[in-house]
Design a protein around this ligand. Structure first.
Ligand code: KIV
Ligand code: ZN
Length: 436
C-alpha cells in the first residue's frame, strides 16, 4: 500500500542558483570500488582481485582511491600493507581509508597506514532521524558528540605520524535523511575540531546513503549546505550518491551544479543494493558535452573485463556509454539517419550524427556494430552492411526489392541477419546462375 510511504521533505531555499549553472570542468573524482563496492559483493574481492582492480583504477587516472576499511577487515588491512610495502602508490595518487568513530579502530587504521606518503582518513557516523531514534537511541547532542569525539581521535592519531601528508574526511552517514540544519551543525562541529583552512582543507562528504528523493531535492540540500556552513573555504565538499531510485548519476551532477567539488563513486556503479554512482557514466556524460572528464575511458572493454573478473557481476548490454548494444541501431529509420549523417560528417567539425551521441571510435568501438539488421530494419541498414562488408552499392530499385525478402527471412528465423545471410538472399534472387 503506497500510503505507508511519505514524500521526502522539500528544502526551504529561496533563489536557488544551481539550475542556472553548467558543469564546465570535471569534479575531483574519488573511487570507492575497493571499499563500498567491495562491501556489496556476495564474494568480497580477494587481495589478488583488489590488486587487479587497483591497477585499473590507477591506469584510468583516478587520483583518490578509497582502498578499504582496514580496522574492520584483515584482507583490507593486508591490502593496504601490500600497497605501501610494494611501492604501488604513484606519487600523484592518494589512498583513502574508512573508519568508524571509535578510538581502537582509529588507532589500528593509523597502524595500517604506517609508511604511507599521503592519505585521507575518512571517519563517519550516522546522523539521520531514523538512525538516531531507532538504531542508536541517542539524541542530537549524543550523535554530535560521537562525530566530534571521532574527529578528535583522528586528529590526535595523525600527530604520531607527522611525516605523512594527512587529509581528514568526515561523512554524516545517511545525510539525506538528516534534518539539514542539524547536518550542518554536526559538520561545523567536526570542522571546529579540525580547524581546516583554505590552504589545508578537510573533506566533508555528504552521502545519499539511501537515495530517497528526486535529484533536484538533493541539489537543494547541497546548495543549502554549502551556503549555510560556517567555513566553506576550509572544506572540499564531496558527494557520495547511491542509486536506489536509479538517479545516482543525475543527483551527483546536480550536486556539482549546486557547489560540490568532489564526487565519490564506483566503476559501472557497483555498490550496496542498486549500487553507487557510476563514475564511467558521469565521466562520459561530461565528455559528450565537450568537457575533459579527467579519466581515460578509451578502452572500456578492458574496464568491463577487469570489472567482471573482480566483482563477478555482469555488465548489461544496455549499460550507458559502454554496453555492447549502445551504439547499435536495428530500427530502419534510425539506420537510415545514421548512414546519411556518417556520410556527411566531416573530419574537423563537431560531431553531428543522429542517434549516436558520441563517435563510438572514441572508446575503441568500430562501426561494425552500429548497424545490425533484423526484422525491424529497412533497406538503409541492409545496404549499409552490404557496402561495408562486400563493397556492393545497390541501386535504389534493388534495395527496395531486396529489403522485404531480408525482412521476411529475419521474421521466419526470428534472428539477426548478418551480411553473409543478406548476401545469400541477394545472390539467390538477383544473380542469374551460370549453370544451364
Ligand atoms: O553510503 C554511505 O553513506 C557510505 C559512507 C560510509 C560514506 O558509504
Ligand atoms: Zn556508500
Amino acid at each position: 500500500d503506497y500510503r505507508r510511504y511519505q514524500p521526502a521533505p522539500q528544502i526551504q531555499i529561496e533563489n536557488r542558483t544551481w539550475p542556472n549553472n553548467t558543469i564546465t570542468h570535471a569534479p575531483i573524482w574519488a573511487s570507492v570500488d575497493l571499499r563500498d563496492g567491495n562491501q556489496a559483493l556476495l564474494e568480497p574481492m580477494t587481495v589478488e582481485q583488489k590488486q587487479r582492480l587497483w591497477r585499473l583504477l590507477v591506469k584510468i587516472g583516478l587520483k583518490e582511491i578509497e582502498v578499504g576499511f582496514p580496522s574492520a577487515s584483515q584482507p583490507d588491512y593486508d591490502f593496504v600493507r601490500w600497497l605501501i610495502d610494494n611501492g604501488e602508490i604513484p606519487d600523484d595518487v592518494t589512498i583513502q581509508v574508512l573508519v568508524q568513530a571509535r578510538k581502537e579502530l582509529i588507532d589500528r587504521t593509523y597502524e595500517a597506514l604506517r609508511g604511507v606518503k599521503s592519505a585521507v582518513v575518512h571517519v563517519y557516523n550516522s546522523t539521520s532521524t531514523i538512525q538516531r531514534e531507532r538504531v542508536f537511541n541517542q539524541d542530537r547532542e549524543g550523535i554530535k558528540a560521537i562525530a566530534t569525539q571521532g574527529a578528535r581521535w583522528v586528529m590526535e592519531g595523525a600527530k604520531d605520524y607527522p611525516e605523512v601528508d594527512w587529509t581528514f574526511q568526515y561523512s554524516p552517514e545517511s545525510f539525506t535523511g538528516t534534518e539539514i540544519d542539524y547536518a550542518i551543525e554536526v559538520c561545523d562541529a567536526v570542522m571546529d575540531v579540525w580547524q581546516p583552512t583554505a590552504e589545508n582543507r578537510c573533506i566533508i562528504n555528504l552521502p545519499s546513503t539511501v537515495e530517497e528523493s528526486t535529484p533536484n531535492i538533493f541539489a537543494d540540500q547541497i546548495e543549502y549546505f554549502c551556503t549555510h556552513m560556517k567555513n566553506r573555504a576550509g572544506a572540499i565538499i564531496s558527494v557520495h550518491t547511491h542509486n536506489d531510485r536509479g538517479c545516482a548519476v543525475a543527483a551527483a551532477e546536480l550536486a556539482v551544479l549546486a557547489g560540490a567539488d568532489r564526487v565519490e563513486g564506483t566503476l559501472l556503479g557497483n555498490g550496496e543494493r542498486t549500487g553507487n554512482m557510476d563514475l564511467v557514466t558521469m565521466a562520459m556524460n561530461l565528455y559528450s558535452q565537450g568537457v575533459d572528464p579527467k579519466m581515460d575511458l578509451s578502452n572500456p572493454d578492458e574496464i568491463i573485463t577487469t570489472f567482471t573478473e573482480c566483482t563477478r557481476l555482469p555488465v548489461s548490454p544496455r549499460h550507458p556509454w559502454i554496453g555492447e548494444l549502445v551504439y547499435t541501431a536495428f530500427s530502419g529509420s534510425h539506420q537510415d539517419a545514421i548512414q546519411k549523417c556518417l556520410h556527411r560528417q566531416g573530419e574537423d567539425e563537431h560531431w553531428q550524427v543522429a542517434y549516436l551521441p558520441i563517435d563510438p571510435k572514441d572508446i575503441g568501438r568500430d562501426y561494425q556494430a552500429v548497424i545490425r539488421v533484423n526484422s525491424q530494419s529497412g533497406k538503409g541498414g541492409m545496404s549499409f552492411v552490404l557496402e561495408r562488408d562486400y563493397g556492393i552499392t545497390l541501386p535504389r530499385w534493388m534495395q527496395t526489392e531486396l529489403a522485404p525478402l531480408v525482412q521476411k527471412a529475419s521474421e521466419e528465423s526470428a534472428s539477426e541477419m548478418g551480411s553473409d545471410a543478406i548476401f545469400e538472399i541477394l545472390k539467390a534472387n538477383f544473380i542469374k546462375s551460370a549453370e544451364p
